[in-house]
Design a protein around this ligand. Structure first.
Ligand code: GLA
Length: 520
């Protein structure tokens, strides 16, 4: 008995040791592939976790591409379209890992959903270059960049706001009302961010809180981040800063020259110039900017933001976008996030590599902190709801942009965002979104997402206000073959299903995520 006790204790201690060591061995994270266009400059920071220092190597890269063995950053351009398998190796004092990864050179960008952070929900109208650089530092320190959270999107407002007597304000007011959505704030809401919107050559002018745009993107790139920027097809952004109307080519060139890798293009004041709500009118400004981006030297991922008007999921790809907002701005309450996911219950068909439905920025962790009112806001979603929110965005293959302020991020939020199993669900190279199969009488929702490895991920979502404790039969999962194993992705425990029945107990607004491996 005593001997058995000691054997168990030794085993536990040894396993604790081997897990700690496992964590320290380098792990090459991120999706299986990355897309870039022929002859366009791109940056791909290979996400690697593990104890530093880590030394990396990459075999198979064309000579026009550079690889930094210390940071894992791949940059350069490739002339010939095709798939380039790259053998990546990462080693440190604990061991060595190898992974084959593909660079896919062709017309498509964003072969997996963009992942990173947006300034909008944490810094709002007060965003500064210093905060963006601080966020990069914090995301690295907290180990998020190492898991693929590598896009930092600078949202509104970074450009000067035209002063009150600039003709743009009256011009916008006097446009006929064609009953098309328009929104902009101002003229005097950004008093510390005012000035000439354009210089003598027509170039857009950043406000004084962004003294060195190029320096900022270089800092981000050096630390393994891609840089994102924001504008509007109208003359004013939603916050009332300068937009790109009639300066599309100049602005696209400016962003490319400054080193930006991603553009969020927000409808806002453009509604004053759209003739009507026809599809052609909705597409027009996006096609213009897509054309302007195509002419640049860098690859710039194009994110359409017009809140889902005119069924954008049906034409966002044709308008040149890689992702498109399907929603108005979401908020940190259950009905907002549940409505956003329900809207996508039947829109999986529009999702594929390079085409993503975007139900908006993640409402996870402490949002606010230095926004308009300067208040750190308590997130109104419960811990359970935040877990569901994150899980369902991964099921939907949604772009994952963190809305939380990194200065106040807590351990529970970090645990959510660092869940490798869920990130893998989102970043799966098959690029299929979940669809909702069933809505049961007790408000249990069954969602199903196919994966590249032939498995299926099932989400059991309890949309009711009570715990659901019952059995569910796997026939409800509509799998093409019977599963041989089922694993709960959050608890990492195997699930038993005698005669196909799984016993569940899911709290209100909670979710269970099951990976079903099928017999081959
Ligand atoms: C709109 C967008 C938001 C954000 C703000 C910035 O509301 O939907 O995501 O970009 O504008 O002003």
């Amino acid at each position: 008995m005593v001997k058995k006790f000691f054997t168990v204790i030794t085993h536990v201690l040894l396993c604790g040791y081997c897990y700690a060591q496992q964590d320290s061995i380098p792990q090459i994270n991120g999706p299986r592939l990355f897309g870039a266009r022929p002859d366009k400059v791109f940056i791909y920071p290979v996400p690697v976790s593990g104890a530093q220092p880590i030394l990396m190597a990459a075999k198979g890269l064309p000579s026009t591409v550079q690889f930094d063995a210390h940071t894992g950053i791949i940059t350069g351009k490739i002339h010939t379209a095709g798939t380039y398998p790259i053998k990546l190796t990462a080693k440190n004092k604990f061991g060595k890992t190898t992974r084959v990864f593909s660079l896919v050179i062709g017309p498509r960008l964003a072969l997996t959903p963009p992942m990173g952070w947006s300034s909008w929900y944490s810094y709002g109208r007060n965003v500064t270059q210093k905060q963006i650089e601080l966020t990069a530092k914090l995301m690295k320190e907290k180990g998020l960049q190492q898991l693929g959270w590598s896009l930092l999107e600078l949202d509104d407002p970074w450009a000067n706001q035209p002063v009150k007597n600039n003709p743009v304000w009256t011009e916008l007011k006097t446009q006929p009302d064609n009953k098309v959505y328009r929104y902009y704030e101002g003229p005097d809401n950004l008093t510390t961010r005012q000035g000439a919107p354009r210089d003598g050559s027509g170039n857009i002018v950043p406000n004084s809180f962004f003294p060195d745009m190029k320096g900022m993107t270089e800092t981000l790139h050096r630390q393994g981040f891609k840089a994102g920027i924001y504008s509007s097809p109208g003359p004013l952004t939603c916050g009332g800063a300068a937009g790109s109307y009639q300066h599309e080519l100049l602005d696209a060139k400016y962003w490319s020259d400054m080193g930006f890798d991603y553009l969020k293009y927000d409808w806002c004041s453009y509604g004053a110039f759209a003739k009507d709500t026809s599809r052609a009118e909705y597409m027009k400004p996006y096609k213009i900017m897509a054309g302007a981006l195509h002419q640049q030297q860098r690859d710039i991922i194009f994110s359409l933001c017009q809140y889902g008007m005119g069924n954008v999921w049906e034409w966002g790809n044709e308008a040149g976008g890689q992702l498109w907002r399907t929603e108005q701005d979401i908020r940190d309450n259950w009905s907002s996030i549940h409505n956003a996911m329900k809207k996508l219950a039947d829109k999986a068909a529009y999702v594929k590599p390079g085409n993503w439905n975007d139900p908006d920025i993640l409402q996870i962790g402490t949002i606010g902190g230095n926004d308009e009112d300067g208040k750190k806001r308590v997130n109104h979603l419960s811990a359970e709801e935040q877990k569901t929110h994150f899980s369902m965005w991964c099921m939907l293959s949604a772009p994952l942009l963190i809305g939380a302020n990194m200065e106040y991020i807590d351990d529970a939020t970090l645990r959510l965002l660092k869940n490798k199993e869920m990130i893998t669900v989102d970043q799966d190279a098959l690029g299929k979104a979940a669809k909702r199969l069933k809505l049961m009488d007790n408000q249990l929702e069954v969602w199903q997402k196919p994966m590249e490895d032939g498995s299926f991920i099932i989400a059991l979502l309890n949309a009711s206000d009570n715990t659901i404790a019952s059995n569910i039969n796997i026939l409800n999962f509509e799998l093409p073959l019977l599963p041989v194993t089922i694993t709960d992705l959050w608890t990492k425990q195997p699930i038993r299903f005698p005669e196909g029945d799984i016993s569940i107990s899911i709290p209100s607004h909670g979710v269970m995520i099951l990976k079903c491996n099928l017999s081959k």
